[in-house]
Design a protein around this ligand. Structure first.
Ligand code: GTP
Ligand code: MG
Length: 346
């Protein structure tokens, strides 16, 4: 999963990116170029499972964050940034919660609305180029393409992001080639000074976010960036002093999982104990494909245990004896915390 850190110019995007990943993008990158940073998804269940297979490698699931180099001195988004943003699975919009370099007070509700307007305009531009060509008889990529784009145009003309267009899963799949910006899941990140990290979300922002069905995460990018540079023990102490339990990265990842409807399943063995990320509702055969395409193509059955059963009973043999090991077929819907062994042929 690739989450783009986006937002209006000078809102604190790069500061937040560094806080999440511990990485510092090269300030000389040309506009539109992205810097990627990978963060491990901490999971206490995975760490407990690893204790049952001590020689195995422990491999966490990962989330990739991206920071886009901005064109200097612009009020809105530049074209290069908009293009780079099409490549992300989801957005985290950083909202300025501190006075800017000229002393102007923050207005995060307006920033949320402004970025949305830019994304809607960019999508409208794409639809308005394509529709006339379809109307003139260009072969559609899927049967209802012309009608669907017509519906999207109405939404966009009314300044509504496609995220809120009530698209079916099949429609969303058909549209994936367009990479519409206002269709991508969005999480709002209010970047506040240290003293404000435990204050409630300002009312105007809470209202603007609720109207758009957007969740708001509050953090202090500056503080968390400093924490990201500390070793684990000092970082924990620093967070405790601030009254926080988890680092921004881990809070952020938990929110992103919820936003994108992601869950984890595990594979265990003497060589590796590993977490995998899938969307809720994924079937066993597709989950197998995450591990390796051979496992998807040659899929026969999945042996499934619950991680809490394996942790309670202590071994796969005991799970088998206790009837806690199930055989499931291709269409089994994998659950968060399942442990899978895929049986496959050639
Ligand atoms: N006071 C204060 N300043 C901050 C905070 N976060 C960022 N800044 C400052 O705001 C300015 C912009 O921060 P960046 O992280 O570079 O913002 P950006 O969105 O990446 O900026 P562009 O890439 O140029 O659009 C810098 O001068 C930061 O030092 C904060 O939490 N508090
Ligand atoms: Mg930046």
């Amino acid at each position: 999963m690739k989450v783009g850190i986006v937002g209006l110019p000078r809102s604190g995007k790069t500061t937040v990116f560094s806080a999440l990943t511990g990485q510092q993008p090269d300030p000389a990158l040309p506009p539109g170029r992205t810097t990627l940073g990978t963060v491990r998804v901490r999971d206490p269940r995975l760490e407990a499972l690893h204790k049952l297979y001590p020689p195995a490698k422990l491999i966490f699931a990962e989330v990739v964050f991206a920071d886009v180099a901005a064109a200097p001195g612009r009020k809105g988004l530049d074209r290069a940034s908009l293009t780079a943003m099409r490549d992300f699975d989801a957005f985290a919009q950083v909202l300025r919660g501190f006075p800017d370099e000229t002393g102007a007070p923050p207005d995060p509700a307006r920033e949320l609305a402004d970025l949305e307007a830019e994304l809607v305009l960019a999508d409208l531009d794409v639809v308005e180029r394509k529709l006339p060509r379809l109307q003139k008889g260009e072969k559609p990529a899927f049967p209802a393409e012309k009608e669907l784009l017509g519906r999207l145009k109405e939404q966009l003309d009314a300044n509504r992001p496609l995220r809120l267009a009530g698209l079916s899963a099949a429609e969303a799949r058909n549209l994936s080639g367009y990479a519409f910006l206002s269709q991508k899941p969005l999480l709002a990140v209010l970047n506040v000074p240290e003293a404000a990290v435990r204050e409630p979300v300002p009312e105007a922002l809470a209202a603007a976010a609720a109207e758009r069905q957007v969740r708001v995460l509050v953090l202090s990018g500056e503080v968390e960036r400093q924490i990201a540079e500390l070793d684990e023990e000092s970082a924990r102490e620093f967070l405790r002093d601030l009254g926080l339990v988890e680092s921004a990265a881990q809070r952020f990842i938990a929110a992103a999982y919820g936003l994108l409807d992601l869950i984890s399943f595990f594979t265990v063995g003497d060589d590796e104990v590993r977490a995998w990320t899938i969307r809720r509702g994924t079937e066993a055969v597709a989950a197998a494909g995450k591990i390796h395409t051979d496992l998807e193509q040659g899929f026969i059955r999945a042996e499934v245990m619950r991680s809490e059963d394996l942790l309670a009973l202590g071994s796969e043999a005991k799970c088998r004896e206790a009837g806690k090991l199930r055989l499931e077929g291709k269409n089994y819907v994998v659950q968060d915390g399942d442990i899978l062994h895929i049986r496959h042929g050639k």
